[in-house]
Design a protein around this ligand. Structure first.
Ligand SMILES: Nc1ncnc2c1ncn2[C@@H]1O[C@H](COP(=O)(O)OP(=O)(O)O)[C@@H](O)[C@H]1O
Ligand SMILES: [Mg+2]
Length: 330
């Protein structure tokens, strides 16, 4: 299901939690929304998932406007939405299977069919042997798997994940992201991942919108954003995810130029070609690589030493050879 947001606004007294957000999220994809704590992510997802009405603006699912539906239509529409959260929101009084059964009971599915669907859903998330397990006996990752099974039991078109991996350790995060990717493909879902973790965007999302103070400050394909981030907020998110494992540093200095290599750029010996073509020298301070699902992005922090004229020729030449160049002062 395609989701379209038109100039959405939601104010809580003087706080502009959502301050004019427009987004077009294509169907059958995993779309990330990243922002720092307090940026307005949860407020935005409450509007998108029709839990709250916006002060102004519109939400469209496909060709249908859904933010202003009458109550009975709203309830029917919300059945086409699944949601998972950081703290799982499972019923501790129900076991794993009964948690998954809950939304099916609500929509009046016959008992025998519920039983069948619950088994099918728990199988999908790899927990069919824990159907009778009390929630308290499950690990965080298993709880999130039950939450995913419950969210998808009614076969929705959209899955909203609000910080779904924020309470999990890195390995469990990876296994949950892999599960979400697999299920997205299997069920042709539109998945919206709300997160403050750039690794979630890098490892799971095709496109991303970066939000700050209730506004979208940058958006695009994840591989383009990683290769050429336009705002400081985005660069800071990427910096955080380029941990010491991925970045090899030769010096504490950072260098005046940050080079980002994408696509075919690493196939040529660009730096030695430059040293021959232009009257400059390089000093390399750090280098690394980010592995994105479809493409890798290489990074290098360098100084380029030479006359201003030669240096700007080098920058132009690098840009022409699919290397994005950013000067540190910018
Ligand atoms: N129900 C509410 N009442 C008052 N203020 C709220 C409410 N929900 C969110 N806010 C405020 O809106 C801003 C954005 O919050 P939120 O959407 O939770 O951000 P995020 O999920 O990105 O951390 C914050 O300043 C928060 O205090
Ligand atoms: Mg939040």
């Amino acid at each position: 299901m395609r989701i379209k947001l038109e100039n959405l606004k939601k104010y809580y007294d003087s706080i502009h939690a959502v301050d004019g957000i427009s987004l077009d999220i294509p169907e059958n994809t995993i779309f990330g929304i990243i922002g720092r704590s307090g940026a307005g992510k949860s407020s935005l997802v409450r509007l998108m998932s029709l839990l709250e009405a916006p002060d102004s603006g519109a939400v469209w699912y496909g060709d249908r406007r859904v933010d202003n539906l009458p109550k009975d239509e709203l309830i029917a529409c919300r059945r086409k939405i699944g949601m998972i959260f950081q703290n799982f929101n499972l019923f501790s009084s129900r076991n794993a299977g009964k948690n998954v059964a809950y939304p099916l009971e609500i929509c009046g599915m016959p008992k025998a069919q519920i039983k069948e669907r619950v088994v099918e859903m728990l199988k999908l998330v790899g927990l069919e042997d824990r159907i009778n397990a009390p929630i308290s006996t499950l690990s965080g990752g298993q709880k999130q798997r039950v939450a995913i099974a419950r969210a998808l039991a009614t076969q929705p078109d959209i899955l909203y994940c609000d910080e779904a991996t924020s309470a999990l350790d890195p390995n469990t995060t990876q296994s949950i992201l892999a599960l979400i990717r697999e299920i997205q493909k299997k069920m042709n879902l539109t998945v919206v991942m709300i997160t403050h973790q750039m690794e979630v965007v890098r490892d799971a999302c095709e496109s991303v919108a970066v939000i700050e103070d209730g506004k979208v400050v940058e958006q695009g394909l994840v591989k383009d954003i990683f290769a050429n981030p336009k705002t400081k907020t985005t660069r800071d998110f990427i910096k955080n995810v380029l941990n010491d494992k991925e970045m090899v540093k030769w010096s504490d200095q950072t260098g005046k130029f940050h080079l980002h290599f994408t696509g075919k750029a690493p196939d040529k010996p660009l730096l030695s070609m430059i040293a021959k073509k232009f009257d400059v020298e390089f000093n390399i301070f750090a280098a690394g690589i980010s592995h994105l699902p479809e493409e890798d992005v290489g990074y290098m922090n360098v100084d380029i030493m030479g006359s201003d004229e030669e240096v700007s020729k080098v920058v132009t030449w690098l840009e022409e050879n699919s290397v994005h160049v950013r000067r540190e002062q910018e």
